[in-house]
Design a protein around this ligand. Sequence first.
Ligand code: PEP
Ligand code: MG
Length: 578
Amino acid sequence: MEIKKGIAVSPGVVIRPAVVLDAEEYHIPERHISPDRVDDELKRLEKALSQSTQELNELRSTTAKQLGNETAAIFDFHLALLKDKNLINKMRQLIETKHVVAEFAVASVLREYAKQFLKMPEYLAGRVKDVYDIERRILHRLIGQTHQRLIDLDEEVVVLAHDLTPSQTANFDRRHVLGLATDAGGRTSHTAIIARALGIPAVVGLKDASISTNPGDTVIIDGNRGIVIINPDEETVEEYQHYLQKRVEFEHTLDQIRDLPAITADGHEINLLGNIEFPEEAQTVLEKGGKGIGLYRTEFLYLGTETEPTEEDHYRAYCKVLEIMGDLPVCIRTLDLGADKYTQSRSPVPERNPFLGLRSIRFCLQHLDLFRTQLRAILRASMKGNVSLLFPLITNLTELRQAKMIVRDTMEDLEEEGYEVRTDVPIGMMVEVPSAALQCNQFAQEVDFFSIGTNDLIQYTMAVDRTNERVSPLFSAANPSVLRLIKEVIRAGQRYDVDVALCGEMGSEPEYVLLLLGMGLRTLSVAPPAIPEVKKTIRSITIEHARKVARQVATFESDKEIIRYLRDQISQVLPELY
Ligand code: PEP
Ligand code: MG
């Protein structure tokens, strides 16, 4: 039995045999053809390219139907590559002048192309995977080499891989692939996004789990704790089976409270909202019993597209969410591009520290056209529902004031153009860097609400890259410094009568829900699949108990002590969870 610790990115537990996707590239030897076969070889190339295009078009349209257009847009980059004249000409030239076989021409040209992305900033380096993906697809057509295919499985499995490309993930047979685990990746990797959208357990950042697993090995993927167990012993399997049985019963009780309010056992009402990335997820928020969208991450409009989303692209996406949500609140966050998130910026000079670089609101304030395009769409859409506007990564008052000024200017422009806009759209800011948390009393006088982004707040407080599996043990929400910053923000909210929400992953863990309510928090926004469990937690605890817990936690010195204590306290209230 081997236990691997990674980053939990999609909740749930599954025990199944493994399918292991190898990371090895095709090995393509430099084979030559006689000059009289050049024309045939060019035809082979052309056929493979057109078959791949057809296959991708089909895949794109199926994905669009099942997961929405934004997810399907991942394949636009692939389709663009297949049409790229420059690349195709290079392949043809190799065949014509060097008389190499088509597969060698494809591999040389695309691998050279992939290398260029490796020199680019981290967020563009991810494109390498897309290039390899397309290479694999064309080669498959040319040499018919069969890799283990995940579209015609006949038994339920979990998939382990070094990393997964968008096409691999989207191609899965949903009925049979019940869990995902990858060596690479962070919370915002393709694997994480798609696993959450599919609602299957996933763990990423496992370093070498795929190498340690043989096809057919029994594997437990624990997407709640971020653990993968390879060839578990009988006792562990029994433990997990027992846990799963309890989980089934627990989930049954969750279904029953879906339409009940998120109210504590002693009568305090909590706003329980959902985080979404794609408009389609708004429906899931409602189905899971959420009462609005606390965080709409709009940068996913950029997923897989090479072109800037237009005002209409933004507007359509927002209207779709508002239509689903009716009068319920929808908090639209302005673009949080850069660092680990998609961006169109093809900066010629790679950033050395992208997480500390030109990202998020800083990026928007330097790319005003892009910022205004989005703001125009949000403000226009504000007429269709209960919209609020949220700025990410604010670090100082000047940024906040500039961003608010641009909102006012944009409103005026729209009014002058004859659009109707709401002039009272609430404006809030993410508190996700220590400087914002430490100056929250000043910020509180200039915003309508705060939303605490613990994913980044922990990253910047603990100086730990949230996507780097090698330092993940340092990423702890229970660190006393992190908790002190959160407490400051909640206090400032109370002092200045400013709503405080928390939208980081921390808010979906029952032990932290207990602590946060004790610290005075009353709004939580979590990933849609986590809503039922958080609601159950809220309904099981009293504020009186939660306050006592928060007071006790303030006396501890280490995250380990805090976690142990919180688990002990929550398991007394919700024994079915443990
Ligand atoms: C956060 O940082 O906690 C957050 C909610 O935003 P994101 O994960 O999109 O950075
Ligand atoms: Mg953030």
